[in-house]
Design a protein around this ligand. Sequence first.
Ligand code: IPE
Ligand code: IPE
Ligand code: MG
Length: 238
Amino acid sequence: MLDRNNIPRHVAIIMDGNGRWAKKRLLPAAAGHNAGMKSMIEIVRHADDIGVEYLTVYAFSTENWKRSKEEVGGIFKLLVKYVDSQLRELMKNNVKVNILGDPSAFPGEAVQRLDKMASETKDNTDLVFNIAVNYGGREEIRRACESIGKDVRDGSLAPEDISEEEISRRLWTGMYDVPDPELLIRTSGEERLSNFLLWQCAYSEFVFADALWPDFTPEEMDKAIETYQKRNRRFGGR
Ligand code: IPE
Ligand code: IPE
Ligand code: MG
Protein backbone atom coordinates (compact mmCIF):
# COMPACT_ATOMS: atom_id res chain seq x y z
CA MET A 1 0.00 0.00 0.00
CA LEU A 2 1.11 3.48 -0.81
CA ASP A 3 2.15 5.37 2.33
CA ARG A 4 0.54 8.77 1.86
CA ASN A 5 2.79 10.25 4.51
CA ASN A 6 5.95 9.39 2.63
CA ILE A 7 5.34 10.61 -0.90
CA PRO A 8 8.57 11.74 -2.58
CA ARG A 9 8.49 15.51 -3.04
CA HIS A 10 10.13 15.33 -6.46
CA VAL A 11 9.65 12.46 -8.92
CA ALA A 12 11.61 12.46 -12.19
CA ILE A 13 10.61 10.18 -15.04
CA ILE A 14 12.44 9.00 -18.16
CA MET A 15 9.42 8.28 -20.35
CA ASP A 16 10.87 5.52 -22.52
CA GLY A 17 9.37 2.86 -24.78
CA ASN A 18 7.07 4.75 -27.14
CA GLY A 19 8.87 3.37 -30.20
CA ARG A 20 8.63 -0.24 -29.04
CA TRP A 21 4.98 0.20 -28.11
CA ALA A 22 4.27 1.35 -31.69
CA LYS A 23 6.46 -1.31 -33.28
CA LYS A 24 4.59 -4.10 -31.48
CA ARG A 25 1.43 -2.82 -33.16
CA LEU A 26 3.12 -2.33 -36.55
CA LEU A 27 2.49 1.41 -36.23
CA PRO A 28 4.86 4.33 -36.91
CA ALA A 29 6.82 5.78 -33.98
CA ALA A 30 4.52 8.82 -34.05
CA ALA A 31 1.63 6.63 -32.88
CA GLY A 32 3.74 5.59 -29.91
CA HIS A 33 4.54 9.18 -29.02
CA ASN A 34 0.86 10.06 -29.28
CA ALA A 35 -0.03 7.23 -26.90
CA GLY A 36 2.85 8.36 -24.68
CA MET A 37 1.38 11.83 -24.45
CA LYS A 38 -1.90 10.38 -23.16
CA SER A 39 0.02 8.47 -20.56
CA MET A 40 1.83 11.66 -19.52
CA ILE A 41 -1.49 13.51 -19.08
CA GLU A 42 -2.71 10.75 -16.72
CA ILE A 43 0.53 10.74 -14.76
CA VAL A 44 0.49 14.52 -14.28
CA ARG A 45 -3.03 14.28 -12.85
CA HIS A 46 -2.08 11.39 -10.64
CA ALA A 47 1.11 13.01 -9.32
CA ASP A 48 -0.95 16.07 -8.40
CA ASP A 49 -3.62 13.89 -6.73
CA ILE A 50 -1.22 11.98 -4.50
CA GLY A 51 0.66 15.09 -3.39
CA VAL A 52 3.88 14.97 -5.39
CA GLU A 53 5.20 18.56 -5.34
CA TYR A 54 7.53 18.40 -8.34
CA LEU A 55 7.23 16.13 -11.38
CA THR A 56 9.95 16.27 -14.01
CA VAL A 57 9.64 14.37 -17.29
CA TYR A 58 12.21 13.78 -20.01
CA ALA A 59 10.42 14.52 -23.27
CA PHE A 60 13.25 15.18 -25.74
CA SER A 61 16.99 14.76 -25.21
CA THR A 62 19.88 16.57 -26.89
CA GLU A 63 20.63 13.17 -28.48
CA ASN A 64 17.13 12.68 -29.92
CA TRP A 65 18.05 14.89 -32.90
CA LYS A 66 19.69 11.74 -34.31
CA ARG A 67 16.23 10.40 -35.17
CA SER A 68 14.51 10.85 -38.53
CA LYS A 69 13.10 14.23 -39.52
CA GLU A 70 9.60 12.75 -39.58
CA GLU A 71 9.85 11.40 -36.05
CA VAL A 72 11.38 14.56 -34.60
CA GLY A 73 8.88 16.74 -36.46
CA GLY A 74 6.06 14.60 -35.10
CA ILE A 75 7.27 15.16 -31.54
CA PHE A 76 7.29 18.96 -32.09
CA LYS A 77 3.72 18.80 -33.40
CA LEU A 78 2.70 16.78 -30.36
CA LEU A 79 4.10 19.45 -28.03
CA VAL A 80 1.87 21.99 -29.75
CA LYS A 81 -1.09 19.63 -29.46
CA TYR A 82 -0.32 19.04 -25.80
CA VAL A 83 -0.37 22.74 -24.95
CA ASP A 84 -3.48 23.44 -27.02
CA SER A 85 -5.42 20.62 -25.41
CA GLN A 86 -4.09 20.78 -21.84
CA LEU A 87 -3.40 24.38 -20.89
CA ARG A 88 -6.93 24.92 -19.62
CA GLU A 89 -6.77 21.84 -17.39
CA LEU A 90 -3.32 22.77 -16.11
CA MET A 91 -4.68 26.19 -15.13
CA LYS A 92 -7.74 24.65 -13.48
CA ASN A 93 -5.52 22.32 -11.46
CA ASN A 94 -3.17 25.15 -10.51
CA VAL A 95 -0.16 23.38 -12.13
CA LYS A 96 2.95 25.42 -12.84
CA VAL A 97 4.96 24.32 -15.89
CA ASN A 98 8.69 24.97 -16.27
CA ILE A 99 10.67 24.14 -19.37
CA LEU A 100 14.10 22.62 -18.67
CA GLY A 101 16.49 22.67 -21.61
CA ASP A 102 16.82 24.89 -24.63
CA PRO A 103 13.98 24.45 -27.10
CA SER A 104 15.05 27.53 -29.12
CA ALA A 105 16.09 25.25 -32.00
CA PHE A 106 12.54 23.85 -32.23
CA PRO A 107 10.10 25.19 -34.84
CA GLY A 108 8.63 28.60 -33.93
CA GLU A 109 5.18 27.19 -33.30
CA ALA A 110 6.47 24.78 -30.65
CA VAL A 111 8.64 27.44 -28.99
CA GLN A 112 5.67 29.82 -28.88
CA ARG A 113 3.40 27.22 -27.24
CA LEU A 114 6.00 26.22 -24.67
CA ASP A 115 6.61 29.89 -23.80
CA LYS A 116 2.89 30.50 -23.54
CA MET A 117 2.37 27.50 -21.25
CA ALA A 118 5.22 28.56 -18.96
CA SER A 119 4.16 32.20 -18.80
CA GLU A 120 0.44 31.52 -18.27
CA THR A 121 1.06 29.02 -15.49
CA LYS A 122 3.91 30.85 -13.78
CA ASP A 123 1.91 31.99 -10.75
CA ASN A 124 0.22 28.63 -10.13
CA THR A 125 0.99 27.15 -6.76
CA ASP A 126 0.10 23.45 -6.81
CA LEU A 127 2.12 20.77 -8.66
CA VAL A 128 5.30 22.02 -10.37
CA PHE A 129 5.54 20.16 -13.65
CA ASN A 130 8.94 20.38 -15.34
CA ILE A 131 9.19 19.28 -18.96
CA ALA A 132 12.73 18.60 -20.17
CA VAL A 133 12.97 19.37 -23.88
CA ASN A 134 16.18 19.48 -25.87
CA TYR A 135 17.64 18.74 -22.46
CA GLY A 136 21.02 17.16 -21.76
CA GLY A 137 22.58 16.81 -18.33
CA ARG A 138 26.08 17.46 -19.65
CA GLU A 139 24.95 20.50 -21.61
CA GLU A 140 23.26 21.81 -18.45
CA ILE A 141 26.48 21.43 -16.46
CA ARG A 142 28.52 22.93 -19.31
CA ARG A 143 26.30 26.01 -19.32
CA ALA A 144 26.66 26.38 -15.57
CA CYS A 145 30.46 26.25 -16.02
CA GLU A 146 30.29 28.86 -18.76
CA SER A 147 28.26 31.21 -16.59
CA ILE A 148 30.58 30.69 -13.61
CA GLY A 149 33.61 31.28 -15.85
CA LYS A 150 32.20 34.59 -17.00
CA ASP A 151 31.54 35.75 -13.45
CA VAL A 152 35.04 34.77 -12.38
CA ARG A 153 36.49 36.64 -15.35
CA ASP A 154 34.43 39.73 -14.48
CA GLY A 155 35.57 39.55 -10.88
CA SER A 156 32.07 39.09 -9.44
CA LEU A 157 32.80 35.53 -8.25
CA ALA A 158 35.97 34.25 -6.58
CA PRO A 159 37.08 30.72 -7.57
CA GLU A 160 36.97 29.68 -3.88
CA ASP A 161 33.29 30.66 -3.81
CA ILE A 162 32.30 28.13 -6.47
CA SER A 163 30.28 25.98 -4.09
CA GLU A 164 27.97 23.08 -4.92
CA GLU A 165 25.06 25.45 -4.29
CA GLU A 166 26.53 27.95 -6.74
CA ILE A 167 26.64 25.23 -9.40
CA SER A 168 23.14 23.93 -8.56
CA ARG A 169 21.71 27.43 -8.83
CA ARG A 170 22.97 27.76 -12.40
CA LEU A 171 21.37 24.55 -13.64
CA TRP A 172 17.93 24.71 -15.27
CA THR A 173 16.45 23.12 -12.16
CA GLY A 174 18.19 25.74 -10.01
CA MET A 175 16.79 28.58 -12.07
CA TYR A 176 13.30 27.40 -11.03
CA ASP A 177 14.24 26.41 -7.48
CA VAL A 178 13.51 22.73 -8.10
CA PRO A 179 15.05 20.48 -5.42
CA ASP A 180 16.88 17.25 -6.33
CA PRO A 181 14.55 14.31 -7.08
CA GLU A 182 14.11 11.71 -4.35
CA LEU A 183 12.91 9.21 -6.94
CA LEU A 184 13.84 8.64 -10.57
CA ILE A 185 11.68 6.25 -12.59
CA ARG A 186 12.60 4.88 -16.01
CA THR A 187 10.10 2.83 -17.98
CA SER A 188 10.57 0.23 -20.72
CA GLY A 189 13.08 -1.96 -18.88
CA GLU A 190 16.14 0.10 -19.85
CA GLU A 191 18.43 0.84 -16.94
CA ARG A 192 20.45 3.93 -17.77
CA LEU A 193 20.29 7.69 -17.28
CA SER A 194 20.70 8.70 -20.94
CA ASN A 195 22.05 12.11 -19.92
CA PHE A 196 19.12 13.02 -17.63
CA LEU A 197 19.64 15.09 -14.44
CA LEU A 198 23.24 13.92 -13.98
CA TRP A 199 24.05 16.36 -11.19
CA GLN A 200 20.65 16.27 -9.50
CA CYS A 201 20.43 12.46 -9.22
CA ALA A 202 23.53 12.14 -6.99
CA TYR A 203 21.40 10.58 -4.21
CA SER A 204 18.15 9.75 -5.96
CA GLU A 205 16.58 6.30 -5.69
CA PHE A 206 16.24 4.66 -9.11
CA VAL A 207 13.23 2.47 -9.91
CA PHE A 208 13.07 0.74 -13.28
CA ALA A 209 9.65 -0.33 -14.55
CA ASP A 210 9.19 -2.89 -17.31
CA ALA A 211 6.08 -1.24 -18.74
CA LEU A 212 6.55 0.70 -21.96
CA TRP A 213 5.72 4.37 -21.36
CA PRO A 214 2.29 4.30 -23.09
CA ASP A 215 1.37 1.36 -20.81
CA PHE A 216 2.58 3.08 -17.63
CA THR A 217 -0.53 3.72 -15.53
CA PRO A 218 -1.13 5.56 -12.24
CA GLU A 219 -1.14 2.09 -10.59
CA GLU A 220 2.34 1.46 -12.00
CA MET A 221 3.43 4.81 -10.60
CA ASP A 222 2.10 3.88 -7.18
CA LYS A 223 4.07 0.61 -7.37
CA ALA A 224 7.25 2.52 -8.18
CA ILE A 225 6.64 4.84 -5.23
CA GLU A 226 5.98 1.84 -2.96
CA THR A 227 9.34 0.41 -4.04
CA TYR A 228 10.93 3.75 -3.19
CA GLN A 229 9.21 3.75 0.20
CA LYS A 230 10.83 0.40 1.06
CA ARG A 231 14.32 1.64 0.30
CA ASN A 232 16.71 2.61 3.04
CA ARG A 233 18.29 5.93 2.11
CA ARG A 234 21.60 6.41 3.89
CA PHE A 235 23.28 9.34 2.10
CA GLY A 236 26.65 7.88 2.98
CA GLY A 237 25.88 7.46 6.69
CA ARG A 238 25.12 4.31 8.72
C1 IPE B 1 10.77 7.73 -25.51
O1 IPE B 1 10.38 6.66 -26.30
C2 IPE B 1 10.32 9.05 -26.09
C3 IPE B 1 11.40 9.87 -26.66
C4 IPE B 1 12.68 9.60 -26.66
C5 IPE B 1 10.98 11.12 -27.29
P1 IPE B 1 11.32 6.09 -27.43
O2 IPE B 1 10.92 6.70 -28.71
O3 IPE B 1 12.75 6.21 -27.06
O4 IPE B 1 10.89 4.56 -27.41
P2 IPE B 1 11.83 3.30 -27.69
O5 IPE B 1 12.94 3.36 -26.69
O6 IPE B 1 12.32 3.45 -29.09
O7 IPE B 1 10.93 2.14 -27.50
C1 IPE C 1 15.80 9.00 -23.21
O1 IPE C 1 15.35 7.97 -23.99
C2 IPE C 1 15.22 10.30 -23.69
C3 IPE C 1 13.81 10.49 -23.45
C4 IPE C 1 13.00 9.67 -22.84
C5 IPE C 1 13.31 11.75 -23.91
P1 IPE C 1 16.13 7.46 -25.29
O2 IPE C 1 15.32 6.36 -25.85
O3 IPE C 1 16.44 8.58 -26.18
O4 IPE C 1 17.50 6.92 -24.68
P2 IPE C 1 18.44 5.76 -25.15
O5 IPE C 1 18.79 6.00 -26.57
O6 IPE C 1 17.68 4.50 -24.98
O7 IPE C 1 19.61 5.83 -24.22
MG1 MG D 1 14.01 4.96 -26.08
